[in-house]
Design a protein around this ligand. Structure first.
Ligand code: FES
Ligand SMILES: [Fe+2]
Length: 377
């Protein structure tokens, strides 16, 4: 799992008057709305004695720990230590990691890492958002599996025929093969367009595809945890989907699926859209939860790749690039110390201020990443 990317932490509705605890990258965070109405995200571990901030209360802009009442701003600064008395000076080391937050498409995203603003990989752009003639829906769901496996499933052209009876013929098509993949390189990922034969749509959606025919689909990943999938059901009817994945830990994911459509614009059609998206998602969930091993293998030689797996190989190559930047969390070390060390994801303020109470998660350094890879070959 990687620091220095944006992760979806909650829906807009979930972040209200009560602080909530959100797990991501195997760490706990507290997400709450400050007095200014803006969502905030802090490491959940209180620097005093390890209390859970999410169990505390909001006092206007400040969140108070439930254990001894220390109060912190949404920027992680401690403003009050009740046991020291009213006008006591607050030591600077009491600061807690706070993360940049963006709220878009009904989702609260946090940037979990320490990069300065100008170097941060962006959230995947959604050009249809707010445009006339497009309507969004959002569903979210859990998977008991690894997020890299799930992203790979999202960008896999060859599973549709077998996994989705909505898009393929369940292996009944004797002449099936994966056609040409037209590459779409992007700054933070790689994707492709391809054309495949799909069955007619069910009666409620029949007008979008009456007979079996060509379906134009583009898909690709953006960073380690986001996927775009553009389904062009006909030359006029488009469904542009964006998957934002939150790795709760290495074996659990919470997924937010934003679907933009330029047809069925009546809000009454949202339910049908959501039903269909969840029906397709559930078919993927069954596959991902049964994969062995749970995590992506450390080298591609431990699975047999074919040309239709090209995008998956390119995704893994990108992950190795982020390993080389030192952005991969050393989960072996985190697990080894899990019961006795509170870790946190380093926030941007760590670049300016030294002497933090809670340790930043151990990272696999650039040289170490190469050695680890070699050792597993
Ligand atoms: S542990 Fe949070 S105030 Fe003491
Ligand atoms: Fe799928």
């Amino acid at each position: 799992m990687y620091i220095n990317f944006w992760y979806p932490m909650a829906t807009t509705e979930e972040v209200g008057e009560q602080p909530i605890k959100v797990r991501c990258l195997d760490q706990d965070f507290v997400v709450f709305r400050g007095g200014d109405g803006r969502a905030k995200c802090l490491s959940n571990t209180c620097v005093h004695r390890g209390g859970s901030l999410a169990g505390g209360k909001l006092h206007g802009d400040l969140i108070a720990c439930s254990y001894h009442g220390w109060q912190f701003t949404g920027e992680g600064e401690c403003r009050k230590i009740p046991s020291l008395g009213k006008d006591a000076k607050i030591p600077g080391r009491t600061r807690i990691d706070a993360y940049p937050v963006e709220e878009r498409h009904g989702i609260v995203f946090a940037f979990l890492g320490d990069l300065p603003e100008e170097e941060r990989p962006p959230i995947i752009p959604v050009p249809e958002a707010g445009q006339e003639g497009w309507r969004p829906t959002l569903v979210h769901y859990d998977i008991k599996g690894n997020y890299e496996r799930s992203i790979e499933n999202g960008i896999d052209p060859a599973h549709n025929e077998y996994v989705h009876d909505t898009h393929g013929f369940s292996g009944e098509d004797e002449d099936y093969s994966v056609g040409e993949l037209r590459d779409v390189p992007t700054e933070w990922g790689h994707g492709f367009w391809h054309t495949f034969q799909a069955p007619p749509l069910p009666p409620q959606l029949r007008k979008f595809r009456e007979k079996p025919g060509d379906l134009e689909v583009g898909t690709g990943h953006h960073g380690p945890n986001q996927v775009w999938t553009y389904i062009h059901a006909s030359p006029e009817y488009y469904f542009h989907q964006y998957l934002f994945e939150r790795p709760i830990d290495e074996e659990h994911i919470h997924i937010y699926l934003l679907c933009m459509r330029n047809c069925m614009l009546d809000p009454d059609q949202d339910e049908l859209m959501n039903e269909r998206n969840l029906y397709v998602a559930e078919q993927d969930v069954v596959i991902i939860e049964a994969l062995h091993p749970v995590l992506t293998p450390p080298t591609n030689t431990k699975e047999f790749m074919t040309p239709s797996d090209k995008c998956i190989v390119m995704y893994r190559d990108r992950l190795r690039e982020w390993d080389a930047k030192g952005w991969r969390i050393d989960m072996d070390e985190v697990r080894r110390n899990a019961k006795k060390v509170a870790y946190t994801i380093p926030s941007p303020a760590r670049r300016e201020q030294k002497g933090w109470v809670v340790d930043a998660v151990p990272m696999i350094g650039a040289g170490q990443a190469a050695a680890k890879l070699k050792a597993t070959n």
